[in-house]
Write a protein that binds this ligand. Sequence first.
Ligand SMILES: CC(C)(COP(=O)(O)OP(=O)(O)OC[C@H]1O[C@@H](n2cnc3c(N)ncnc32)[C@H](O)[C@@H]1OP(=O)(O)O)[C@@H](O)C(=O)NCCC(=O)NCCS
Length: 160
Amino acid sequence: MNSMEKHEQPTLSTRKASEADIAVLIDIEKSVQKTRIYSPMVTEHAWKKELAENIVEILKLGDTPVGSIAYEEKSPDHIYISGIIVRTEYQGRGIATNAIKGVLAKYPDAERIDLVTHPDNPALKLYEGLGFTVEERKENYWGDGEPRLVLAKVKENPTP
Ligand SMILES: CC(C)(COP(=O)(O)OP(=O)(O)OC[C@H]1O[C@@H](n2cnc3c(N)ncnc32)[C@H](O)[C@@H]1OP(=O)(O)O)[C@@H](O)C(=O)NCCC(=O)NCCS
């Protein structure tokens, strides 16, 4: 390896996940501690449902799976981002930002892209930085006694 290669940063890529990846997806979730803000999804049953209902992508840095993003095409005009997670040790490097930008780029004509997050989740800044705005607050949204915010990025000039 020459010195150029030694300093090269591995590139971020995504790969569509299947049921064969459930162990990897659970391993990523287990790297993040359960808090009142976020409950890691650690059961095979939950991931089978997620994979059946949503598009799930593994976020890879080089060959290493470092996170996942999941989203649903609710309609051709409406995309719902159901989950995003980055392994604790890889957080703060812009990986989630890039993953969400990837979804935004995939659906440039979507009239609405939305998601739900806890009001205390630092990810709120990430979403707002990408143009999502808070639409409403719902108490006990997932039945865990905690509030959630609905955020949406709405196309500015939808065709009449
Ligand atoms: C939310 C999460 C996916 C962000 O991943 P990430 O790759 O670290 O995010 P980025 O590096 O792209 O961060 C972008 C911005 O978001 C904010 N941010 C995200 N996570 C943050 C954290 N834990 N603490 C402080 N700020 C944070 C910062 O403003 C950051 O910008 P900066 O680095 O310029 O300060 C990651 O923290 C995570 O997996 N959390 C646990 C799971 C979770 O809560 N998922 C979201 C559910 S809605």
